[in-house]
Design a protein around this ligand. Structure first.
Ligand SMILES: *Cc1c(COP(=O)(O)O)cnc(C)c1O
Length: 383
């Protein structure tokens, strides 16, 4: 364990538990967050020296949980590029599709697997809509750990094949990702698999957090006005918000924090419904359906953390239609030579809607998160 880690904290009640043993949720059944002695980190390291290291997201090691970075599983991690979609640089895409396994799920699973190995676990499992399972399989295989993934049977074929090829056992389930989670939990308990599902162990979030640190570094230690994030389980959004708080405390960033905009699809929008009703928790979305598979998540354990980050940041939650997703997917590829994934296209559609309506000022600087390569999906017909 990183010696700068001070403890783990229940994200709902703030109760502390000692870092070190393996944990899943807190006693209250909520996600656990890793806390660091940030004053000691600030005194021990220089921000710009840390930023100059190689190793992609692993470079932020004082702010990550592993103790031994010589042994973390590596597959060629890099900083992902920011691609401007206009001359003024107001609208940029952070292209997470360049990471190992073609999605930002690599960030979280690399850290979850690294910690699992440090803690002596040998069997990891999770339910997945596709990209997470592939990242788990690849990093687990790299670390010599077995993996088991339950997927909805209508998960994009390429993801299921990729996950199997990278060494995981894959079980296809007739249902949604939360149904997969329930089925998997029974088998995991019986056979001793450790569940690394979104926010059900504390370390995956720490990997996702690096999106926020990396973005700040690329923006000269300031942040954009708005971040559009395709929200399923919400770890990326929650992780970035945690990163911003930590970097503020470290004195690494200046200026205001961005508005966090949670983007969902009309066919699966539990966060948007809860946001519009002013609620702190979200009810399950029945009959979820969207081509943006990564955000087809009917229910999220971190619902209150997503809603809290959106609220604290002065952001909003917005759902877009399948038609808007497809139109943005095609237009960004055609006009900018930039192939998004449908979840990334949803953020573009949301950006268009919020600038058209005037909710977002015309000169606001926005970053869209494209969380996977578009090449993993059945592509739209450009007509
Ligand atoms: C998993 C995934 C998301 C949603 O990410 P969360 O942080 O779990 O909300 C969005 N887009 C793609 C491509 C994904 O794979």
């Amino acid at each position: 364990m990183n010696p700068f880690v001070s403890h783990l904290e229940c994200s709902l009640e703030g109760t502390r538990v000692e870092a070190g043993p393996t944990y899943r949720l807190s006693e209250a059944g909520r996600p656990l967050l890793v806390r660091y002695r940030l004053d000691e980190v600030a005194a021990a390291v220089d921000r710009d020296q840390v930023a100059a290291r190689d190793g992609g997201f692993y470079k932020w090691r004082e702010l990550l949980p592993p103790g031994d970075f010589d042994r973390v599983p590596r597959l060629g991690e890099i900083d992902t590029p920011l691609i401007a979609l206009d001359d003024a640089g107001l609208l940029t895409v952070k292209d997470e599709g360049r990471l190992p396994t073609g999605s930002f799920k690599a960030r979280g699973l690399a850290l979850a697997v690294a910690m699992a190995r440090e803690l002596g676990l040998t069997r990891l499992c999770m339910p997945s809509n596709g990209n997470a399972g592939a990242a788990l399989a690849a990093y687990a295989t790299r670390a010599g750990i077995r993996s088991l993934v339950y997927c909805p049977a209508d998960t994009p074929r390429i993801n299921i094949d990729e996950t199997r090829l990278a060494g995981a056992e894959v079980v296809e389930v007739d249902g949604y990702i939360d149904d997969c989670g329930k089925r998997l939990a029974e088998r995991a308990a019986a056979e001793g698999w450790f569940d690394v599902s979104t926010l059900k162990e504390p370390y995956r979030l720490e990997g996702k957090k690096t999106m926020g640190i990396e973005l700040a570094m690329q923006w000269g230690w300031r942040l954009p006005d708005a971040i559009f994030y395709p929200t399923g389980g919400g770890t990326g959004l929650i992780g970035m918000w945690k990163a911003f708080a930590e970097m503020r405390e470290l004195g690494w960033i200046e200026g205001p924090l961005p508005k966090m905009i949670a983007v969902q699809a009309d066919g699966c929008a539990p966060m948007v419904r809860a946001w519009e009703a002013g609620e702190n928790f979200a009810r399950r979305w029945e009959h979820a359906s969207t081509i943006a598979a990564g955000i087809r998540v009917p229910q999220a354990v971190g619902d209150f953390l997503i809603l809290r980050a959106v609220r604290e940041s002065g952001g909003t939650a917005i759902a877009v239609s399948e038609g808007e997703i497809t139109r943005s997917w095609i237009s960004v590829a055609r006009e900018h030579g930039t192939l998004l994934c449908p979840e990334g296209a949803a953020t573009h559609a949301a950006w268009r809607r919020l600038t058209d309506s005037g909710w977002l000022a015309g000169d606001a600087r926005s970053v869209l998160f494209n969380c996977a390569t578009g090449l993993k999906y059945a592509l739209p017909d450009a007509g």
